[in-house]
Design a protein. Structure first.
Lengths: 106, 270
């Protein structure tokens, strides 16, 4: 019993998967060059913050504190620190978020 | 000078269709013809043409979100009227003449892509680990350290196991869905903080399904959800075929590139 939904309402995150996948700025005769991967990462991270702030979700505080605009190294550092620590929400949310291909493992 | 204004590309179709939806920044969407194809564009807001302006905006999550929705509104309207090759977000050219040149250069690829998507629709299927009862943590507060760590380890390993089983079943579900589609693509799983779901995503699939098989495809999603109790499946769509079209733009090694077409750094004046 899946809750399959036919809806014309689109989730922003599903839309971004699609309109950002092929790389981002592709000018016909290029006037603009952008490091695609960095851009997507930055944008999604920033989105994480704004989404959490807006929804006041359960991990909101954690996310804002952890993610923001920090670079990879900073985030990794935070994750490890959190694992040693005691806040469950931080550990799970952060670890899943920062290991993008985790679900690809078997 | 106005011919050098930034043109925002939404999609390419074989023929012009009337567009009643406004584009980015409420600009009117118009058709630009070339190579027997039709590009739908609007003039980007003046502020975007300035050096570095677009990059700056693309770093602004709120702008990206708003613009993605506006872009999609136009693409979806076009896709409901005719087969289209949708453009990714922020596909821009400086001047209408370059839109035409892009159509000409990519004519073969675009025509092939239009053939592939005609009569087909993209559907999304997202799969999540199905939530089970969380292990009840013992409240006994004795020697905190070791007991806590062991409890935690047990919780995490149960969680990992559940995740692995779900991932394996998601692979099987994807294979089955792909078999029912003309093309399939797995996007990276979405961050749980973006999905707002309590459980991790294990499948973020896109499927290009012939329209006459759309109903059967939706039924297959239900069947698979019943077959694999480890995962929850959600169908999204219909989508314009975003996940199944080539990127429009200049490939770095484009052999047809003519001198003077060399990419210049962002905002750099030609």
């Amino acid at each position: 019993m899946s809750d399959a939904v036919h809806s014309r309402e689109v989730a922003l995150v599903d839309l971004l998967d699609r309109v950002l996948t092929t790389g981002v700025v592709v000018a016909g005769d290029v006037t603009i060059a952008i490091a695609e991967v960095d851009l997507v990462r930055v944008s999604l991270r920033a989105l994480v913050s704004s989404v959490s702030t807006a929804s006041g979700g359960t991990v909101g505080g954690t996310v804002e504190g952890t993610v923001s605009d920090t670079v990879e190294g900073t985030v990794d550092g935070t994750v490890e620190g959190a694992v040693e620590g005691t806040v469950e929400g931080t550990v799970e949310g952060t670890v899943d978020g920062m290991i993008p291909d985790r679900s690809g493992s078997r | 000078m106005s011919d050098e204004s930034l043109q925002w590309l939404y999609a390419v179709a074989r023929d012009s269709v009337p567009v009643e939806v406004a584009g980015i920044g409420d600009a009117p969407v118009r058709a630009v013809h070339g190579a027997g194809l039709c590009a739908f564009v609007s003039t980007a807001p003046a502020g975007l043409s300035e050096a570095g302006a677009l990059q700056e905006r693309l770093e602004d999550a709120e702008w990206v979100a708003r613009t993605a929705v506006e872009h999609h509104r136009v693409v979806a309207a076009l896709a409901s009227a005719a087969p289209v090759v949708p453009a990714g977000l922020a596909t821009v050219c400086r001047g209408e003449a370059r839109i035409t040149a892009t159509l000409v250069r990519h004519a073969a690829g675009l025509t092939g892509a239009l053939d592939r998507v005609t009569g087909r629709t993209e559907w999304g299927v997202k799969g999540y680990v199905r939530g089970g009862p969380a292990p009840v943590p013992e409240t006994k507060s004795g020697g905190a350290g070791t007991a806590y760590l062991e409890r935690r380890r047990a919780q995490l390993s149960a969680r990992d196991r559940r995740h692995d089983e779900a991932a394996r079943d998601a692979d099987a579900a994807h294979a089955e869905l792909a078999r029912r589609a003309d093309a399939a693509h797995r996007h990276a799983p979405q961050d749980r903080r973006l999905t707002g779901e309590p459980e991790a995503m294990v499948l973020n699939g896109a499927y290009l399904v012939p329209d006459e098989r759309a109903v059967a495809f939706a039924a297959a999603v239900d069947d698979l959800a019943a077959r694999y109790p480890t995962i929850t499946l959600r169908l999204t769509g219909p989508w314009p075929p975003y996940s199944f079209v080539p990127a429009l733009g200049a490939e770095p090694s484009d052999p047809d590139r003519v001198p003077g077409d060399t990419p210049v750094p962002a905002g750099g004046p030609p």
